[in-house]
Design a protein around this ligand. Structure first.
Ligand code: ZN
Length: 442
């Protein structure tokens, strides 16, 4: 979950790959090569465990009357997961950060209690979904061995990670409670500082702790002891670097990208990536448009033309994360005729008022390439942040997951490397964290 307002989706202009004048035999050859590439990618995609470490949900969507066993308008749900060949996901037990300016009791018992209740509602929804709604299709995994076993049994795999340590309040015992409820990672912060650590948002707002608080340090020790992965996505650089120095087990960034390619505070710079590697950890590169590409805002003319177009076709404004899936869905519900008219007008707008194209799967995989070159193939993984603002052209919902493998194959990644990126590395970290916890408990 990242809660950044997004500009309206500019049109996707499909560039023709072939220059005018290319001979038909050359075209046939290119298409045969493409078929072979797709076939190879398909075989790899089916074989490896594909694991996405960050997907958001609302408890009502996941386990309500209408729920994720159905093809809802959300970017993620079970039918889309099956279509895309995605094997495993971490459901994000996300709780937003309340600030004292909004609620004076944000960091008092009442504020912590509200956050705790929000977290419990999400834990309960995941349990209801996996145990009561779709137990024949998806199973909750509590360790890497579970993940591997469930994959061989042909079912989908659910895991849980807590996004924001805010709901543990000042009770370290709640780290164990969350572990017992199934959480296998816990991120120190979300957007805004909390009782455990400074958030990346301090680059704009100033600092509270200059890194970790004393309680945050205790929480990390407790996570190490229990075997919960410490997640540094959303944390400030200082919080993250201190965590890397302090943690006795490898740490993860469950959904972040490379700051060298997209300079925003949510991403990790080279020094951070190298420190993460040193812990034996992994960065799960996130397919979040605004984190993989710094897109220039639309000109006022373009923005006005796009708004008018959406209005003409009765399409909602795709202004925030929760609106994007709704927009996509409204688009697919247009008749073929209407859709063609819409696309044509979009092309006209692109021609008249060109915009900066939105992030694509290629921009996303550029971040994977960058991280692999800097810290090695053993320390990089994949996440989407679907239904929390994530998604790029080409991987905009779970049904398009195969495209990631295809792009990796296109760039020359071998099966062995793709297996590591798609979950092998994360599972290794889970095993390491569990083993270290067992040693610490002795
Ligand atoms: Zn997030």
């Amino acid at each position: 979950m990242s809660r950044h307002a997004r500009p309206g989706l500019p049109a996707l202009v499909i560039a023709m790959a072939f220059a005018a004048g290319t001979s038909s035999s050359a075209l046939a050859q290119t298409s045969r090569a493409e078929d072979a590439l797709t076939k190879k990618a398909r075989a790899i995609h089916e074989k490896v465990i594909t694991l996405d470490t960050h997907i958001d949900f609302s408890p009502g969507d996941l386990a309500g009357e209408r729920n994720y066993s159905q093809r809802l308008e959300t970017q993620f749900n079970l039918p889309k997961m099956i279509d895309g060949g995605l094997d495993a996901l971490f459901f994000s037990i996300y709780v937003g950060q309340t600030r004292e300016a909004q609620n004076p009791d944000a960091f008092q018992a009442a504020g912590y209690e509200r956050a705790y209740k929000a977290a419990i509602e999400k834990f309960d929804a995941v349990h209801r979904f996996t145990h009561e709604i779709a137990p024949d299709k998806i199973e909750l995994a509590l360790n890497a061995a579970d993940v591997r076993r469930i994959k061989t049994q042909g079912k989908k795999i659910a895991l849980m990670g807590v996004e924001n340590g805010y709901p543990i309040g000042e009770e370290i015992a709640r780290v164990k409670e969350f572990y017992d409820r199934g959480a296998r990672y816990l991120s120190l912060t979300h957007n805004g500082h909390n009782q455990l650590a400074d958030s990346h948002t301090g680059e704009r707002d100033g600092w509270k702790w200059n890194g970790l608080s004393p309680l945050g340090k205790q929480a990390i020790a407790e996570m190490n002891r229990l075997g919960i992965m410490v997640d540094v996505s959303h944390a400030s650089k200082e919080s993250m670097m201190q965590t890397a120095g302090l943690s006795k087990a490898p740490i993860i960034a469950s959904h972040s990208a490379a700051r060298a390619l997209c300079d925003i505070s949510r991403n990790m710079d080279d020094e951070q990536l190298l420190a993460l590697k040193k812990t034996g950890g992994v960065i799960q590169v996130v397919a979040y448009g605004g984190f993989v590409k710094t897109t220039k805002p639309d000109s006022p003319e373009r923005a006005a033309a796009l708004t008018a177009l959406r209005k003409e076709f009765g399409l909602p404004e795709p202004t925030g994360p929760s609106q994007r899936a709704r927009f996509q869905s409204a688009l697919t519900q247009l008749s073929a005729d209407k859709r063609a008219q819409y696309e044509k007008k979009l092309v006209d707008i692109d021609h008249e008022h060109p915009g900066d194209p939105p992030a694509t799967i290629k921009d996303f995989v550029d971040h994977i390439d960058y991280a692999v070159k800097l810290i090695g193939i053993d320390h990089v993984g994949i996440s989407s942040d679907f239904d929390g603002g994530g998604g790029v052209i080409g991987w905009n919902d779970a049904s398009e997951t195969f495209n990631v493998t295809l792009e990796l194959v296109r760039r020359g990644y071998t099966e062995k490397k793709i297996e590591k990126l798609w979950g092998g590395n994360l599972l290794r970290v889970m095993d390491d964290v569990q083993r270290i916890a067992a040693e610490l408990q002795k």
